[in-house]
Design a protein around this ligand. Structure first.
Ligand SMILES: [Zn+2]
Length: 302
């Protein structure tokens, strides 16, 4: 939207507080009536604010109340994990309007996985205008460049430009973020907290750090990448991690790397292909051994 941060500041008041009158906005923002009138006009013209009934009366002249129009457009979101993803079409308040899940193998590479994400986006199309694409991935992200960088487990994704991949399909900005970071920001906003550490404990392990209201990404997006730090209590025999290193936290506590744990077979895979997928997911040496074998097909759960 044109208009810069000034309109955004006024819009934020509505997003945080719900319906407000013109007088409320003047009092809360500290802006002059003329400025508030201008910004309310801009936001109303863009469809982000709508007048509502029950306006206040000042000096005998009614003035409207306004409300945030979360259904003005949707944001398409994809939370990509190692073995599956969730997509959702969310309104501008972040509420999901439609969603779907698919089983994937992130090691299949970005082209294969993002093609399935695109297919899922189309399956949940709400018909609303699409104002943005948000993609969470299970690896470090160079946020400004929309790229995964040096991912410990996402073979084939290193420096792949996810935003550029979506560009031919949607004329909307694309944000790419580490999944744990996205979770931390969401938790901070929902619970109105300035300081949050959000852990993702799944196939992989990661953390998102919000301090003083700001996400901390660190060098090359690796600030919360705790899954591949060395575990403090280790086996006498080093345990190899999927990343190729030894005794990572994830090698002991990751979702499929426990001593006896193994992931369920992917829907639609045969027992032999599931075994291949399992060995690839759970251990660097097994992964490398499996790399010469025929890859199991990507499955789509309905
Ligand atoms: Zn590791």
């Amino acid at each position: 939207m044109d208009g810069g941060s000034h309109e955004s500041d006024v819009l934020s008041l509505f997003r945080e507080r719900g319906q407000l009158s013109r007088t409320d906005v003047i009092a809360l923002s500290g802006l002059s009536r003329t400025t508030v009138n201008h910004r309310l006009s801009t936001l109303t013209a863009s469809g982000l604010l709508v007048p509502v009934e029950g306006g206040e009366s000042t000096g005998g002249r009614p003035s409207s109340r306004f409300d945030f129009s979360a259904r003005r457009a949707v944001i398409l979101c994809a939370d990509i994990g190692a073995t599956g993803f969730t997509v959702a079409a969310c309104d501008l308040s972040g509420a999901p309007l439609a969603d779907a899940e698919r089983t994937i193998d992130v090691w299949s590479g970005p082209e294969a996985v993002l093609s399935l994400v695109l297919e899922a986006f189309r399956a949940i199309d709400t018909g609303d205008e699409i104002w943005g694409i948000a993609v969470g991935v299970p690896g470090p992200v160079e946020f400004a460049a929309h790229r995964v960088v040096n991912p410990p487990i996402m073979t084939g994704w290193d420096r792949f430009d996810i935003a550029a991949w979506f560009a031919p399909h949607y004329g909307a900005p694309v944000l790419v973020e580490n999944d744990a970071n996205a979770r931390a920001v969401a938790e901070a906003r929902v619970h109105r907290l300035d300081n949050v550490i959000a852990l993702k404990l799944g196939t992989g392990i990661g953390a998102g750090l919000v301090f003083n209201g700001q996400i901390i990404r660190g060098d090359k997006g690796a600030a919360g990448d705790i899954g591949h730090t060395r575990a403090t209590i280790v086996d006498p025999e080093p345990r190899e991690c999927r990343c190729g290193s030894f005794d990572c936290v994830e090698a002991y506590a990751g979702g499929c790397c426990g001593r006896s744990a193994s992931p369920p077979p992917a829907p639609g895979t045969s027992s032999s292909s599931s075994a291949t997928a399992t060995s690839r997911r759970c251990g660097g040496s097994a992964r490398r051994a499996a790399s010469s074998a025929t890859r199991s097909p990507i499955s789509s759960a309905s």
